[in-house]
Design a protein around this ligand. Structure first.
Ligand code: ZN
Length: 159
């Protein structure tokens, strides 16, 4: 069977028909056969009063969308969401929607980056101006100091 070989080749991380013991046969909605160990989970159903009305085990493998029998109508697998859709059109839409979203996200991230860079440039410029102002102040202080020293010198010469 071609589908079995395909499972062994592509996988989805699931091993092929090896080992056998404890393995169950499942079918994917796209018509592939998978042999896997059941993922048995205990479950308890309680009523509103908290009384247990049902308990047992269930196979969590079915949560993945796997089926106990080969589906009569196969559904295409979607690489976008790693799930199955009813039609190939839905798969295409899902994938293109996803790439659109990814692109929008990239654009947004780029904008954010640009904004941050501009913000940083502005901060650097602000700092530069502050430094120049401080340099100017320092110069003024030095000049004043020099004048003051000269005045003091003149005064001491007078005495
Ligand atoms: Zn999808």
């Amino acid at each position: 069977m071609v589908t079995e070989q395909e499972v062994e080749k592509t996988g989805y991380g699931i091993t092929g028909d090896i080992g056998g013991i404890g393995r169950h046969t499942y079918y994917t909605p796209d018509g592939r056969r998978i042999r896997a160990i059941p993922a048995i989970r205990d479950y308890v159903l309680k009523d509103k009063a908290g009384k247990v009305i049902e308990s047992g085990t269930r196979d969590a493998n079915y949560d993945k969308g796997w089926l106990p029998v080969m589906p009569t109508e196969v559904k295409p697998h979607c690489d976008g969401c790693d799930n199955w859709h009813n039609t190939q059109e839905e798969v295409d839409t899902c994938i293109s929607e996803r790439s659109k979203k990814a692109k929008a996200w990239e654009k947004w991230a780029e904008k954010q980056k640009k904004g941050e860079a501009m913000e940083q440039a502005k901060e650097t410029e602000d700092l530069r101006i502050k430094m120049l102002e401080m340099e100017g102040d320092m110069h003024t202080i030095m000049e004043q100091n020099e004048k003051l020293m000269k005045m003091l010198e003149a005064k001491s010469e007078e005495n």
